[in-house]
Ligand binder design. Sequence first.
Ligand code: PNS
Length: 166
Amino acid sequence: MTRAIYPGSFDPVTNGHLDIIKRSAKIVDELIVGVLSNNSKSPLFSVDNRVKMLNEVVADIPNVKVMSFEGLLVDFANEVEANVIIRGLRAVTDFEYELQMSQTNMVLDSSLETIFLTTRLEYAYLNSSTVKEVAYHGGDISRFVPEPVLEQVTNYIIGLKENEDE
Ligand code: PNS
């Protein structure tokens, strides 16, 4: 049985993430979406919020589970008995970071394989940071994030902006 982890910050989940989740779920028996909790990138959304949004988005995919994790990805993989890590590759600019990360994980645990799925062209430009930026300035993010979380993401970011303005 292949149990894979698709790890990330998911701050917030985008249509690009969802596409990788759906495609991975067809390839592996079980997919765990691993949401990094102690993230040095200082996420905008709390880990509970990111997990909640992902749960709403994957609700209709039976072999997908969402979990948060702290610390090293390889430790989390061992804990949940996963043997594969899945990452999406959007463009050549992602490659260096992804290569370093996969090779580091390989040195830390040689039994873990990383598999890369290339992002669909329609999502190649998309990332969570630009989604946040567009929403912050009142732009329409309906083409960027999955429908079940669109309102939550928009309202949360608008709320933050209003608090800053007060
Ligand atoms: O969505 P992101 O922010 O690109 O995901 C990065 C993530 C969470 C996959 C990566 O930061 C990670 O695995 N962090 C856990 C710490 C770790 O294991 N580091 C060693 C590998 S570089």
